[in-house]
Design a protein around this ligand. Structure first.
Ligand code: SF4
Length: 401
């Protein structure tokens, strides 16, 4: 493997040395540290390494270190289980300065409640990328803000941002979570956390994907490096040959990528362990279906206060109430199918939509809740409509899908 500049070989040891140097140079301006941990490979490497470096005396212990796990409720099952296991390990250390916290978005902003309750269509790469901000970034911002309020001083947040391999080649930092196997959310943390309440540091920014796997697969599980249980994480990324795969994980059925690479890989490589998750493959087509116009409302010539047309006067918007009910049932069925198989094969159950979330979704239906600027009286997006132009002229036409 090459170094940061693509010239010399660099080992995990060398990488660690640079990490220690960067922490010593920047981190001690702050007494209280936070690790924004998503459960994916980069932030897990960061989290386990920082704790190891402190416990082994290679970096000084801060007054407090809080490991904040961003639980989206949508994570790939082995990743979610792996994170749970590691949280238990941290708690078992029973160190007064080391705390854990599970960070989750508030009920109304959770993935399914927002979509199936409020009626906002699934996120996409083009015009509607609401998920990362809402289920990962905002909850983390709020949690760090609360930490700042409790402590009364600026904290330091560690992220797992790395420069992707191609970004290293062309010398630019890769923040996009859909590229280079980068972890969804990490770049956003770097860019959007309020620097009045927290400074950010990316201590493994110079690590390559092979260094990350060397750490997670070879070093971290050894007792002297912390004895971290990274087995689930390694499985989630495809098992032993994981180093060859710059895989991207994230939410089950993530609508922003073309394939469920991680889900496919675990089902193919570990069919006995994860084959029962097969029904989760139905999520992505379901999200695609939800975006169809037949399930959504459309503005018919929306105008501004002065009567002129808005930028997009015929925009297609939220899911109808019937569609929300239909798709909620479909999700319940998918979850039930997985859990029936889980029982049959003695595997862990999944919990992507729980009773509390379901009753909150129903509350939205009962109270006729619509996204901002929608009332539910708008016509179906497939209804015929008349096109009104800026000069006030009208073209009468039948709109057909
Ligand atoms: S993994 Fe996909 S669905 Fe989940 S937050 Fe990231 S982009 Fe959104």
């Amino acid at each position: 493997m090459d170094n940061l500049f693509g010239i010399e070989k660099i080992s995990v040891g060398d990488c660690q040395e640079l990490t220690i140097q960067s922490i010593n140079a920047y981190a001690y301006q702050h007494d209280h540290w936070v690790i924004a941990w998503s459960g994916g490979k980069d932030s897990t490497a960061t989290m386990t390494l920082i704790i190891y470096l402190i416990l082994s005396g290679q970096i000084r212990q801060p007054k407090s270190l809080t490991v904040m796990y961003a639980d989206t409720r949508m994570e790939l099952t082995p990743l979610a289980i792996g994170a749970e296991n590691m949280l238990k390990q941290i708690k078992a250390l029973n160190l007064p300065w080391l705390r854990t916290q599970v960070v989750m978005s508030d009920m109304d902003h959770r993935f399914f409640v927002y979509m199936l309750g409020r009626g906002v269509p699934p996120p996409n790469n083009m015009t509607l990328r609401w998920c990362t901000q809402q289920i990962k970034v905002t909850p983390m911002q709020k949690a760090i803000e609360a930490e700042f309020d409790t402590i009364g001083e600026k904290v330091l947040t560690f992220t797992g941002v790395r420069m992707g391999e191609s970004a290293i080649r062309d010398g630019r930092l890769s923040m996009a979570c859909t590229k280079n196997g980068a972890e969804c959310g990490q770049g956003w943390y770097m860019n959007t956390l309020d620097n009045k309440i927290t400074a950010t540091i990316a201590p493994i920014i110079h690590w390559r994907v092979c260094n990350v796997w060397d750490w997670l697969q070879v070093f971290a599980p050894q007792k002297r490096y912390g004895g971290w249980d990274t087995s689930m994480l390694i499985q989630a990324y495809g098992g032993e040959k994981v180093k060859e795969v710059n895989a991207r994980t994230g939410c089950n059925g993530c609508p922003l990528v073309d394939e469920d690479t991680a889900l496919d890989a675990i089902m193919e490589k570990f069919p006995k362990d994860w084959g029962y998750l097969q029904p989760l493959k139905e999520l992505r087509p379901l999200y695609r279906e939800m975006r169809k116009f037949e399930y959504r409302l459309r503005k018919h010539g929306e105008t501004k206060m002065d009567g002129t047309p808005t930028k997009n006067p015929y925009r297609v918007g939220p899911l109808t109430m019937e569609a929300r009910k239909y798709f909620t049932n479909a999700i319940i069925h998918i979850q039930a199918k997985v859990n029936r198989l889980a029982t049959a094969f003695n595997r862990p159950q999944i919990d992507i939509l729980n009773d509390e979330e379901l009753s909150r979704i129903e509350w939205h239906w009962e109270n006729n809740i619509w996204p901002q600027k929608w009332e539910g009286t708008e016509p179906l997006a497939t209804d015929p409509f008349n096109q009104i132009y800026n000069d006030g002229s009208m073209e009468v036409k039948l709109f057909e899908m």
